[in-house]
Write a protein that binds this ligand. Structure first.
Ligand SMILES: [Zn+2]
Ligand SMILES: [Zn+2]
Length: 568
């Protein structure tokens, strides 16, 4: 008998013995009666016989209870199992609508995935309590932590920067989901709405350690009162399960059961496969509708600062996809065929899925230098909406709207004066240097980089999205000082708390917006003019920048204060 089989037998024995043991104790004192003693004795001596029964009934023929959880969705989700695992196959696309309600959008849309064959979800049928349960506050920022009973994966509510609560950040739709970099739809909180389909008080998901996840209430209709730090407890049946909650951790806050952690995610788990390159966040976007005009065709309707737009896309059976991007400026079309090896069912055991939309590398890794504005060309600056120094597809699509913002007198043309007016404000350094890599000291003043569409704006205003790390729309003094400290440390290679010109010309610190700012404005920040930028000077500068905007002096810059700093 192999090891796993022995464990199985043991567990089944417990399952068979325990109800009778409970009966034996019911309503009596703890000293067993002679009859009970006799019964216990008999049960103990029946071990061999019971083992025989268990062994002759292979688990392959007994449908596990866990499989039944997926039955309400059996037209979309299929399950198979062996002794150890339940394998769940789906395309990851729920029946319900998607995307509506997202206000922080990475421009990804839902595409069917091939969670099938060896790329199916794998859930242990005999969960084993872990000696040291792992928390989702510190682990598993990548990949799924649970699988909803409709075959849609559920990721950690904290996104893969380890900080941002996706729900609070506006990244989730009305159903608690959004799409990853591979255009893979997934939830980040418990999909309690599935109770409408499965029935109140039934599990809505299963954690990847094998324990089920219930909605807000127990099967008796009452909310649980004794949830542990993992959002779980033992039900009246003695079985452990998790619950949904309306606040963090929203679902299992870690794993009560054993899981394998590899590269920051539960291993193994299926791999999502995209057909197109991932896209950056789109400022000002809000998703207002989702339609499925016919099978394989989808429309995501959204607004950018109120302008209606849509992505209309169609997926063919072979996985190729056509995207039409529709706006008032016209329609552009992109065609994609599946990548080599797409949907080939390889498990993601050896390398990261990379299927999260969140900026796990940060905008700095996309060449963001010196405040991130693309050079001094007002046209380029207007087009480069996310300020990463390049004009990507998404920015190109909205190019004409972006350029129109340069038309300050609204006469439907951009005059030479309007162009000059913009470049004129930039005089003093940003003129011709590409990507803001001008020599230090030629900067146009310590006021920050150029906006795309108007007068020079405060640095904090321009970079608010990058600075507000916890995306609560309030920028704290800590966040600003933290940015400055981090950027300073990036340059300070010899760790002496001072930046020499040679350290400043290194690239380390420039890998953040504040880093670029320090470099570009080192002369102004160097208050005593000794040619050395000290940490105190750098942080002092950040604090002054902060104080200018924090008009009520409460240590926080509110959305209102931020907006008030905008120069018209
Ligand atoms: Zn996500
Ligand atoms: Zn419960």
């Amino acid at each position: 008998m192999n090891h796993s089989h022995r464990i199985l037998t043991f567990l089944l024995l417990i399952a068979i013995l325990s109800p009778r043991m409970l009966l034996a104790h019911e309503g009596h004192s703890h000293a067993p009666s002679p009859q009970t003693k006799q019964r216990i004795n008999r049960l103990n001596t029946e071990t061999q016989k019971l083992q025989f029964v268990v062994q002759s009934r292979t688990t392959d023929t007994v449908r596990p209870d866990l499989a039944k959880l997926f039955d309400p969705f059996k037209n979309k989700v299929s399950v198979r199992f062996d002794r150890e695992f339940l394998y769940v196959e789906s395309n990851g696309m729920p029946d319900h609508s998607m995307m509506t309600g997202i206000t922080a959008w990475q421009q990804q849309v839902p595409l069917p995935q091939s969670y099938t064959g060896s790329n199916a979800w794998r859930i242990p049928l005999q969960p084993v309590p872990a000696k040291n349960p792992l928390s989702t506050k510190e682990h598993f920022f990548r990949g799924a932590i649970a699988l909803a009973v409709n075959g849609v994966p559920i990721f950690n509510p904290i996104k893969n920067n380890g900080k941002t609560d996706t729900l609070l950040a506006g990244e989730l739709d009305q159903w608690g989901g959004h799409c990853g970099r591979a255009d893979d739809y997934h939830y980040h909180i418990a999909p309690v709405h599935l109770e409408k389909v499965v029935g109140a008080g039934k599990p809505i998901a299963v954690a990847l350690d094998g324990y089920p996840i219930y909605g807000y209430n127990d099967p008796n209709g009452k909310p649980p009162t004794n949830l542990d730090w993992l959002n779980g407890h033992k039900g009246p049946d003695g079985q452990y399960h998790y619950h949904a909650t309306k606040t963090f951790p929203y679902l299992n806050g870690g794993f009560y059961g054993e899981v394998i952690e590899l590269n920051g995610q539960v291993d193994p788990q299926p791999r999502a496969q995209g057909v197109r390159p991932s896209l950056p966040g789109l400022k000002g976007a809000k998703i207002v509708g989702f339609e499925r005009p016919k099978p394989g065709s989808f429309i995501v309707r959204y607004e950018v600062f109120g302008d209606p737009r849509s992505v209309q896309y169609t997926v063919a059976d072979n996985g190729s996809a056509t995207f039409k991007f529709v706006s008032a400026e016209g329609t552009t079309t992109e065609n994609y065929t599946p990548r080599q090896g797409g949907g080939d069912g390889r498990r993601n055991t050896e390398r990261p899925t990379g299927n999260e939309p969140e900026r796990n590398q940060g905008p700095s890794d996309r060449g963001l230098l010196d405040g991130g504005r693309a050079g001094g060309d007002p046209i380029v600056a207007a087009l480069d909406a996310n300020g990463d120094g390049q004009i990507d597809k998404a920015e190109l699509r909205v190019a004409s709207a972006a350029l129109r913002k340069l038309d300050t007198n609204k006469d439907e043309q951009i005059s030479a004066d309007e162009l000059r007016g913009l470049s004129g404000q930039r005089r003093g350094g940003e003129g011709n240097s590409p990507r803001g890599e001008r020599p230090p000291g030629q900067a146009g003043g310590p006021k920050g980089p150029q906006p795309a569409d108007g007068p020079r704006q405060p640095w904090i205003l321009v970079h608010a999205d990058e600075i507000d790390l916890d995306k609560n729309e309030i920028i704290s003094r800590d966040e600003i000082v933290g940015e400055a400290t981090k950027a300073f440390a990036g340059y300070d290679t010899n760790k002496d708390g001072k930046l020499s010109q040679s350290e400043l010309s290194g690239r380390g610190g420039a890998r953040s917006a504040m880093g670029g700012f320090l470099k570009g404005h080192s002369k102004e920040i160097d208050r005593d003019g000794d040619g050395i930028l000290t940490r105190t000077e750098a942080i002092g500068n950040a604090e002054r920048m902060f104080a200018k905007l924090d008009s009520n002096n409460d240590g926080k810059i509110s959305t209102e204060e931020l907006e008030a700093s905008r120069r018209k």
